[in-house]
Design a protein around this ligand. Structure first.
Ligand code: DGL
Length: 258
């Protein structure tokens, strides 16, 4: 039985990367719907249709759990997926809760895709935390396609981040939440354009911890081969692996706070 990770493209690899570190003995399947990326500019209905198609494909492979490693797909479809399937389905949630709990007099800037920012799921989360006046939003939608093109540090990325992040009045904030799995690839670049005291948070580790409470973990020390699919076909050799290699290269030492 496999643990499947699903995303609109390569973003979910940032979550898979965390999972492999904590559970190296599992059988993983990664499905990136890159031919249909980005999801964040699509309608909720379009996203739902794509997600259901992908999950039907994955289910046929025999799953012990599914990680919707995409905030946008989670916002649009997690409730309906849980009604339809009986294996554990773990969704993403922007790390607004820990950000709010640790911020005192300052506010939190939540960055996500266009769709995530306008969906009810995020609005409900903020409302339930009673944090409406403590949270501002910023879409960094274009980072999704930069990541799809394996472009993390080029001139266009730098110009985009510089322009977008200059729009925020940083004296108001003490943390920034990366509420899209593709954004994790740009953590270091984002760091360059915000004050050093601002903390950068994401939901990846929390998601993997959540997954670990829902499954029986295989206690095998050997590393297993990962099966990669891109929009329903086998991905070309190395296509997704190079993202994991990039993440391993840019990983932070344990315990370092972003
Ligand atoms: N990785 C997706 C997320 O976490 C990106 C969505 C997109 O394709 O726009 O939201």
């Amino acid at each position: 039985m496999h643990i499947a990770f699903f995303d609109s493209g390569a973003g979910g690899l940032t979550v898979l990367h965390e999972a492999i570190k904590k559970m190296p003995g599992e059988h993983y399947i990664y499905f990136g719907d890159s031919h249909n990326a980005p999801y964040g500019t699509k309608s909720r209905e379009e996203i739902r249709e794509l997600v259901f198609k992908a999950v039907d494909f994955l289910t046929a492979k025999g799953l012990k759990a599914l990680v919707l490693a995409c905030n946008t797909a989670t916002s649009a479809a997690v409730a309906e997926l849980r009604e339809k399937y009986d294996f554990p389905i773990i969704g993403m949630e922007p790390a607004v809760k820990p950000a709010i709990e640790n911020s005192r007099e300052h506010k939190v800037l939540v960055c996500a895709t266009d769709l995530t920012l306008k969906e009810e799921k995020l609005n409900n989360l903020v409302r339930n935390l009673n944090a409406g006046d403590k949270v501002d939003y910023l879409s960094l939608q274009k980072l999704v396609m930069f990541a799809e093109n394996f472009e993390f540090d080029g001139q266009q990325v730098t110009a985009y981040l510089k322009e977008k992040l200059a729009q925020a009045d940083w004296s108001k904030y003490d943390s920034i939440v990366l509420g899209c799995t593709h954004f994790i690839f740009f953590r270091e670049q984002i760091r360059r354009f915000i004050p050093a005291r601002i903390r950068i948070l994401d939901g990846n580790e929390g998601t993997v911890n959540n997954l670990m409470t829902k499954i029986d973990i295989r206690n095998s020390p050997e590393k297993k081969e990962i099966q990669y699919y891109i929009s329903g076909s086998r991905a070309a050799a190395g296509h997704f692996q190079r993202y994991l290699d990039y993440l391993a290269k840019t990983d932070t030492p344990k315990g370092q706070v972003w």
